[in-house]
Design a protein around this ligand. Structure first.
Ligand SMILES: [Zn+2]
Length: 56
């Protein structure tokens, strides 16, 4: 998967590494990444298992 980059000169988003005669910068990742969501789901699933075991 290619990272989206942004030209700091004209502000355009692109996949190119250079624009307007200058190097583009990678766009910072979004606040909620799929990895974080998955980690939270795993944590909840683990809690559920522990609760079930505690009831046995
Ligand atoms: Zn540009």
């Amino acid at each position: 998967m290619k990272r989206i980059r942004r030209c700091m000169v004209c502000g355009a988003y692109m996949l190119k590494t250079a624009c307007c005669g200058a190097a583009t910068a990678p766009v910072s990742p979004p606040k909620y990444s799929p990895e974080d969501k998955y980690a939270g789901y795993r944590r909840k699933a683990k809690e559920h298992i522990y609760q079930q075991r505690g009831m046995l």
